[in-house]
Design a protein around this ligand. Structure first.
Ligand code: NAD
Ligand code: TYD
Length: 338
């Protein structure tokens, strides 16, 4: 049995990871440590909550005592650190919590992992640590780190720290850097769920700047299959880029969502650009494809349709979210942006 600590497992990618693993594997015992911030939601884990190979612990990755207790009690040998503050716009509104969770929190986990001599420590990072691309070229694992937002700088700091623990203490670390994810259970502050939900509700769709910024989209299950593979077969000390070679301009995504939902493009509203907005991300994932044999399985066309249908069929899930603190965030973020 692989005893594995998953942090941030009540968020979008972490909950999809836990549900995916527990559905497909019986040799993993998962302890999910999550603080349940605004982004954490135990409803995402309904299908896993009664699984005998799963335990949930509510807590902060910055809590040294709790983290050490978990490592000892559950004899943790593997760590996957998904826990993070994850939204660029929120990092622009207030950066401190990003450095606390993403940097200090990761350090607490590394220290415990060192003390308890884990076999593998997998840091879930992002392509945003590479900064922004011009119209051509792709991020490879040797692209220099050059983050631009408070969010990406906190993730880059964590990556450098993880690499320092490998270099200095010989810790068995791994880092994955994935492009933009979409799929069920994504919090509606992010582009795709926000545009789906606003379209369903006939609300304006706030497109930043000229709408021509490019992101490289991957379905969350393809990301998580890569995470599973890197945890098991990745070469210690290495970085693996993950992406599905699916670059799209934001405005293309917005129009596609409107089309699928049979809504008018009159809902589109161009608003003031995000400060420091990265123009283009695009991932070269040939390393993980060639060395570990990973390939994306989902086409964008079918997975985005499935995702839109998921939001249509799970109104309860997001209606509860957008009726709470989200209103305050939405107003702060969008009201004076026109
Ligand atoms: P999310 O915001 O949906 O979930 C984050 C989870 O972490 C939440 O459950 C939250 O409660 C938990 N958390 C936050 N602070 C915590 C703390 N101090 N202690 C314990 N738990 C805490 O994020 P996501 O989109 O699922 O992203 C997960 C990871 O993947 C992050 O590390 C992110 O940087 C990375 N990533 C995300 C994307 C993307 O497109 N969403 C792409 C590449 C990498
Ligand atoms: P987001 O989902 O926040 O991911 P990231 O900034 O981490 O890539 O945003 C994706 C793209 O969509 C980004 O270029 C910003 C843009 N965007 C909008 O135009 N309007 C919005 O309301 C949001 C949330 C994002």
């Amino acid at each position: 049995m692989k005893k594995i600590l998953v942090t941030g497992g009540a968020g979008f990618i972490g909950s999809n990871f836990i549900n995916h693993i527990l559905k497909n594997r019986d040799d993993y015992f998962i302890v999910n440590l999550d603080k349940l911030t605004y982004a954490g939601n135990l409803e995402n884990l309904k299908e896993s909550e009664n699984n005998p190979n799963y335990v949930f612990v509510k807590g902060d990755i910055q809590n040294n005592e709790l983290v050490n207790y978990i490592f000892e009690k559950y004899q943790i040998k593997y760590v996957i650190n998904f826990a993070a503050e994850s939204h660029v716009d929120r990092s622009i509104l207030g950066a401190e919590v990003f450095y606390r969770t993403n940097v200090i929190g990761t350090n607490v986990l590394l220290e415990a992992a060192k003390r308890f001599e884990v076999e593998r420590f997998l840091q879930i990072s992002t392509d945003e640590v590479y900064g922004s691309l011009g119209p051509t070229g792709l991020f490879t694992e040797s692209t220099p780190i050059s983050p631009n937002s408070p969010y990406s700088s906190s993730k880059a700091a964590a990556d450098l720290m993880v690499q320092a623990y490998h270099h200095t203490y010989g810790m068995p670390t791994l880092i994955t850097r994935c492009s933009n994810n979409y799929g069920p259970y994504q919090f509606p502050e992010k582009l795709i769920p926000l545009m789906i939900i606003n379209s369903i509700n006939n609300k304006k769709l706030p497109v930043y700047g000229d709408g021509l910024n490019v992101r490289d989209w991957i379905y969350v299950i393809d990301h998580n299959r890569a995470v599973e593979l890197v945890l098991e077969k990745g070469k210690i000390g290495e970085v693996y880029n993950i992406g599905a070679s699916n670059e799209m301009k934001n405005i293309e995504i917005v129009k596609l969502i409107l089309k699928h939902l049979n809504k008018s493009e009159d809902l589109i509203e161009y608003v003031k650009d995000r400060p420091g907005h990265d123009r283009r991300y695009a991932i070269d994932s040939s390393k993980i494809q060639n060395e570990l044999g990973w390939k994306p399985q989902f086409s964008f066309e079918s997975a985005i349709q499935y995702t839109i249908d998921w939001y249509l069929n799970n109104r309860q899930w997001w209606e509860r979210i957008i009726s709470g603190d989200y209103i305050k965030y939405y107003n702060e973020q969008y009201l004076n942006r026109k």
